[in-house]
Design a protein around this ligand. Structure first.
Ligand SMILES: Cc1cc2nc3c(=O)[nH]c(=O)nc-3n(C[C@H](O)[C@H](O)[C@H](O)COP(=O)(O)OP(=O)(O)OC[C@H]3O[C@@H](n4cnc5c(N)ncnc54)[C@H](O)[C@@H]3O)c2cc1C
Length: 523
């Protein structure tokens, strides 16, 4: 981005499945779209790591059945309109965009028939997959499509720092009499430390989730939830932030960094066993190993506590009636590199923070409470997931709401702007920029991650949450000061976003005494 300012019809922050879907759809209608991603590699995102697959409708399946399963997993506090939208659009959008347009080579069970897999919480086999690397294939094809699409500019290595909004960033006092509106974002060019002002008629927040704020996570380390923090500071409404879903099974190994063992493994018959080699899920749920993931997660947590162990075992080898290497090549290969042969022995696993069911409140078109701002994908909360997410619905959510937002933006002939770029404050750089000490940054991250894991994690109490709030508020005060005085750098920007989101989760968990879905209060 050469200039200090940039003007575009649409700014899309993030290019996982949600941002990419929105950008493509808007650009196909002739809009100028600027897509930014903080990563140097465009594909890097949570989408890239999705293994299990994407929900569609299998043979003998109906939108109503899918809707029932989503609502049961969400503990009946889902938004019925969002559930209906996703269930009714699933097959059509997967067919038209993923299969016909992007030509995703979904796995077939016979040359003519797609293979529909089953996962925990689903009453039917309805999950399309590309072996166990579905997200990688989808993300790579989306990025390629963005690079080819006329009207799209894709910039890697650019980090959104804050949303630009009126009247907040206006120099014009008259702006205070107008309705608040988002008009773009301040964007850091990672390589130079320079902050650019991007003006956009519509801004799409598609920054993904925040699993990496927890000590144990299935997410890549940079999934720190920047979008929640930016939207919060711009006074957009956020909801349901206490519903953090923990994936029951990530690989337990000293050298493994957040490697997920897909729930599809239990879908293919694998059973959980405690360290003594005994199955235990039948003592916790009528659906045994195929229970919704929050039940499985707490059961593992209990079992680990009772057997004083830091892991349990997932036994696929004794139960699978499939060709394990063929069905789960990635899991097989990765475990093998850590010396575990999943065709012969059980896999040691622990739960890990996986998905945020809450977020920036968005309607059926992805519109938020702040004019000009859309939120799509994991950063948004449409109410689809209620208190807990049904497996493999989030890629589909990104596809559905990304596409809907892109269409909505294209259909709206937005009113001419009632501001001039010259009315907006340019970025302020402090005169004596403090150098960044990585030891301090690392320690702050460790504090955030262990505080959330221990006090706002799988099992919560008022006491633990109060303690988390106090510790995090103190830390936020220090980080904010550091941010104001430091040299502009992605590390400091991320830290500031991370502590803000950690507090959003903690405060939401503290203010909700009712255990539901992914939010479990022991007191
Ligand atoms: C290991 C794993 C396995 C999963 N398996 C499945 C599955 O099988 N099926 C399923 O449906 N779901 C699965 N999920 C969940 C699913 O992958 C995510 O919910 C989904 O991909 C989120 O898509 P998204 O587009 O909202 O965000 P992401 O794909 O995370 O994309 C976020 C984008 O925002 C960018 N970004 C973030 N902050 C900034 C910033 N400040 N400035 C600029 N850019 C920024 C990132 O660089 C990235 O491009 C899995 C998740 C994980 C981690």
């Amino acid at each position: 981005m050469p200039a200090k300012t940039w003007e575009t019809d649409v700014l899309v922050i993030g290019c996982g499945i949600a941002g990419a879907s929105a950008a493509l759809e808007a650009a196909k209608s002739g809009m100028d779209v600027l897509v930014i991603t903080k990563n140097s590699r465009a594909e890097e995102s949570n989408t890239l790591y999705a293994q299990g697959g994407i929900v569609s409708l299998g043979p003998g399946d109906y939108p109503e059945l899918l809707a029932e399963d989503i609502t049961a997993a969400g503990d009946n506090i889902n938004n019925p309109e969002a559930v209906e939208l996703l269930s009714s659009e699933a097959r059509q959008l997967v067919d038209s965009i993923l299969i016909k347009e992007l030509r995703i080579p979904f796995t077939h069970s016979t040359p003519e028939r797609l293979d529909y897999a089953q996962e925990g919480g689903h009453s039917r086999r309805r999950i399309l997959h590309v072996k166990d690397t579905t997200g990688k294939t989808i993300e790579e094809r989306f990025v390629r499509a963005l690079q080819k699409q006329k009207g799209v500019t894709l910039l890697t290595g650019h980090t959104a720092v804050d949303l630009l909004s009126l009247p907040h960033h206006s120099k014009n006092p008259i702006a205070y009499y107008r309705k608040p509106v988002c008009i773009g974002a301040y964007v850091l060019e990672n390589a130079t430390g320079k902050v650019k002002t991007v003006f956009a008629r519509s801004t799409v927040m598609a920054t993904g989730g925040c699993g990496a704020l927890y000590l144990n996570t299935s997410n890549p380390r940079d999934a720190i939830g920047a979008g929640y923090a930016m939207a919060f500071r711009a006074a957009a409404r956020l909801i349901n932030m206490e519903y953090i879903q923990f994936h029951p099974t990530s690989l337990f190994h000293r050298d493994a960094d957040s490697f997920l063992i897909s729930e599809a493994v239990r879908g293919e018959g694998a059973r959980l066993k405690n360290r003594d080699g005994r199955t235990f899920m039948e003592r916790y749920s009528g659906r045994r190993d195929l229970a919704p993931r929050d039940e499985v997660t707490r059961a593992i947590y209990e079992e680990m506590t009772q057997t004083n162990s830091s892991y349990v075992l997932l036994d696929l080898a004794s139960y699978a009636r499939i060709d394990i290497k063929k069905r789960f090549p990635n899991i097989y290969r990765t475990c093998k590199t850590y010396g575990i042969d999943i065709t012969r022995e059980p896999i040691p696993v622990v739960p890990a923070a996986h998905y945020c069911c809450g977020g920036v409140q968005a309607d059926l078109w992805g519109r938020t409470s702040l004019d000009g701002l859309y939120a799509v994908g994991e950063v948004s909360c449409t109410g689809l997931h209620g208190a807990n997410r049904l497996a493999s619905t989030s890629l589909l959510e990104g596809l559905v709401w990304g596409t809907k937002a892109g269409r909505h933006i294209a259909q709206q002939m937005l009113a001419k702007r009632s501001y001039r770029p010259s009315e907006i404050h340019p970025w302020y750089y402090p005169s004596n920029e403090e150098e960044i000490d990585p030891a301090l940054v690392n320690q702050d991250w460790l504090s955030i991650r262990s505080t959330l894991w221990n006090y706002a994690g799988i099992i919560r109490t008022g006491k633990r949450l109060e303690r988390a709030k106090a510790d995090l508020e103190y830390l936020q005060h220090r980080i904010e000061k550091f941010y104001r005085e430091a040299h502009m750098d992605q590390a400091v920007v991320s830290l500031r976003q991370g502590i803000q989101v950690a507090l959003l989760i903690t405060r939401a968990a503290l203010s909700n005494p009712v255990s539901r879905g992914a939010h479990y209060r022991k007191d």
